[in-house]
Design a protein around this ligand. Sequence first.
Ligand SMILES: [Zn+2]
Length: 87
Amino acid sequence: MRQCLGCRTMKPKKELLRIVRGADNAISLDLRGKASGRGAYVCAGSSECLKRAVKSKAIQRALDTAVPDSVFDDLAQEIAKGAGVNE
Ligand SMILES: [Zn+2]
């Protein structure tokens, strides 16, 4: 179980999207949930959670670094597609 940074609800990993900061400090989406590094999670099924997490800078805090807008764009796209749900 991991916590969504938008709604602060604990959920199984498969219901969440993972953003990971890799060893090279690059920020990326970890759609398979297997990449090593520091991770942050938001609900895969809710664009509202992403918006909240962005607004509160919770993802930046969790990863302890700045997050490029392109990563948030990718997240929004994955949420729109319903990624992470029903896997
Ligand atoms: Zn959430």
